[in-house]
Design a protein around this ligand. Structure first.
Ligand SMILES: [Zn+2]
Length: 330
């Protein structure tokens, strides 16, 4: 078979490429983006593969997350979007996807002209659909009940929630890397000009986003002590923290979590001063089916290694679109 997903999560395309986890038999490793579940065995790949490929933004994010010496252990190379590279008798192209900064989908064209595509993680709204013969697709929201029936309302609800909160004092936003910076950009575009404060790691990641063209209002790194001394108590600010910090912050302040796992309403109150806003960097169920429909493959493999509903998605692709589909690994 020309595409597969291994038990360790490597997405194998054509004869040479392994995406998003290490596979001993493959000489070309591709990192589609800098989320942890797509960087499996990267140190092994750097040691053993002929070449490890990613976009420039993904390289910069990995340098922040793992230290600037990490990628130097192997032959890592940056590839631009839409530029085809040849590897032995196959051609490889990375295309943009809407997910986090630097994310890519991967097309491998083999010697017989078969187009083998892996979407990586994506959000359909800002992702160009690539035609394929064999398609490997993510399955995070692969069930019909993982459908959002609201469009852009979540962004406007987020903005009004933060604006209202700032009238009372500081607002804390919790989310994962990438999505936090998306929130910063949304608030910046909504002309919220109070200081944005964040821990050092998030500041470094934010600077990578600025370097790659994201417009984000002057991010400030402040220690807890600096926070207390520089900002007077009444001075409002928006603080950005990784999701793992959610229970470690004073519950008297307004807290906003951004999460993709919300399907019924764009914004939900979960505590006295705590809200969840439905902001996702993945396609919902309808978006996944739409990608398959437009890509027109003969065979679809749904990624059953990463979290999601790969079995249901494969079944729905067969019944709703009449296209052969199976989850892997089984
Ligand atoms: Zn991801």
């Amino acid at each position: 078979m020309k595409a597969s997903v291994t038990r360790k999560g490597a997405v194998l395309l054509g004869k040479y490429v392994a995406c998003d986890a290490h596979e001993d038999s493959r000489s070309l490793r591709i990192v589609t983006h800098a989320h942890a579940d797509h960087m499996g065995g990267l140190h092994q790949s750097l040691r053993n593969c002929e070449i490890v490929v990613m976009t420039a933004a993904t390289r910069d994010l990995i340098n922040v997350m793992k230290g600037s010496r990490f990628l130097k252990r192997g032959n890592s190379q940056v590839v631009e979007y839409n530029k085809t590279m040849c590897f032995k008798d196959e051609q490889i192209t990375l295309y943009k996807v809407g997910h986090i900064l630097g994310s890519a989908q991967v097309l491998v064209e083999d010697i017989e002209g078969t187009r083998i595509l892996y979407t990586g993680d994506f959000r359909i709204a800002d992702t160009p659909v690539i035609q394929s013969d064999i398609l490997v697709i993510e399955a995070t929201y692969g069930s019909p009940w993982r459908t959002r029936n609201f469009a852009n309302e979540a962004e406007s609800r987020l903005v009004s929630l933060v604006e209202e909160g700032l009238e009372q004092g500081p607002v804390y936003v919790f989310g994962y890397h990438g999505k936090l910076q998306e929130v910063m950009q949304i608030l910046h575009e909504a002309r919220i000009r109070t200081p944005f404060v964040m821990p050092e790691r998030i500041l470094q990641i934010t600077r990578v986003h600025q370097k790659h063209g994201r417009r984000i209002h002057r991010p400030l790194f402040l220690t807890k002590h600096e926070l207390q001394s520089t900002l007077q108590e009444e001075t409002p600010f928006v603080a950005f923290y990784h999701m793992s910090w959610r229970r470690k912050i004073d519950p008297n302040n307004l807290q906003v979590c951004v999460s993709g796992w919300e399907f019924n309403v764009p914004c939900r109150q979960i505590g006295e001063r705590e809200y969840v806003v439905a902001l996702s960097d993945h396609s919902d169920f309808k978006g996944l089916l739409e990608y398959v429909r437009q890509s027109k493959p003969e065979l679809v493999i749904t990624d059953n290694y990463r979290a999601g509903d790969a079995y249901t998605l494969a079944k729905q692709i067969r019944t709703e679109l009449g296209i052969e589909a199976r989850p892997l690994p089984t």
